[in-house]
Design a protein around this ligand. Structure first.
Ligand code: ZN
Length: 278
């Protein structure tokens, strides 16, 4: 039986989770006219008051969406962009009956068709804002390219001038957008790289292996249901994520998973499997 404290301790939304929130939004709330906006707590609004966001969204519809790193960017029918960052506990919920309204509904759009889209955010670290356009938002936030848009050549270039720890580099949103604490651990585990390694200690083959792991891990997590509690039961047996516990058995060898503070974050790795870059 896989154990894992509780889902509450688990992944803060990163690229795979947000990609699945995007797909959820695309499959539910697009093209419906917003009849009303209900702000449950204005703290989740980014640089806007409750009345401002209400005024800007009422009468509009959500026409298309894209994801850049951990941000979900939704283009409205007037060309403006609704920006959603999920913080630590953010989720989306689309429902009809109000008894399905999630407990931590902080912002809700009520559509003409009788359905509602809620931004559910228990810890209120997530933020919803408005930008001129998706590209303007990415530029203003100084985000690096989306982690899944970077080919091996571009990835080598990004790392070429980088010094310091590889884990910090993977999590640096201005270098590469989308990867956080959990998925950087997973990616480094699959590439066999010590998370304490310096970028400059990685040879060409190791960087290629890292790039391959990055793509494989992110895509697998998306396909297996990142963003839902199901993920943990659906990941392949060789994944570290269900074993993020000090002393847990490594899914690849007879060794034990170690916990350490790396790049300021509680990180998990297998010292026996992850030897590259030492
Ligand atoms: Zn191992």
């Amino acid at each position: 039986m896989r154990s894992l404290g509780s889902w509450e301790d688990l992944p803060v939304p990163e690229l795979p989770d947000v990609e699945n929130y995007k797909r959820y939004l695309d499959a539910t709330a697009l093209h419906e006219r917003v009849a009303d906006v209900v702000v449950g707590n204005a703290k989740v609004l980014r640089g806007l008051s409750a009345s401002e966001i209400s005024k800007r969204l009422t009468g509009r519809s959500l026409e298309s969406s894209c994801r850049h790193g951990k941000h979900l960017l939704v283009t409205l029918d007037d060309g403006a962009c609704l920006t959603i960052h999920f913080g630590m506990t953010g989720r989306l919920a689309y429902f009809k009956a109000m008894d399905e309204d999630p407990k931590y509904d902080r912002l809700r759009l009520d559509f003409d068709n009788g359905y509602h889209l809620a931004f559910d955010c228990r810890r209120m670290i997530g933020r919803v804002g408005l930008a001129e356009s998706d590209t303007a938002f990415v530029a203003a936030e100084e985000l690096g390219p989306d982690a899944l848009d970077v080919d091996l050549t571009a990835f080598r270039k990004l790392l070429a001038d980088r010094r310091g720890g590889i884990k910090a580099a993977l999590m640096d949103q201005s270098l590469l957008a989308g990867i956080g604490n959990v998925y950087s651990d997973e990616i480094l585990f699959h590439a066999g790289i010590d998370p304490r390694a310096a970028v400059e200690a990685l040879d060409d083959d190791t960087v290629a292996a890292l790039h391959h792991s990055l793509r494989t891990v992110l895509k697998t997590a998306i396909d297996r249901g990142a963003g839902s509690e199901e993920l943990i039961h659906r990941l392949p047996d060789t994944y570290l994520l269900p074993h993020r516990e000090q002393g847990a058995g490594c899914p690849r060898c007879d060794g034990k998973v170690h916990r350490a503070k790396i790049a300021g974050r509680t990180s998990y790795f297998c010292p026996a499997c992850q030897t590259k870059g030492r």
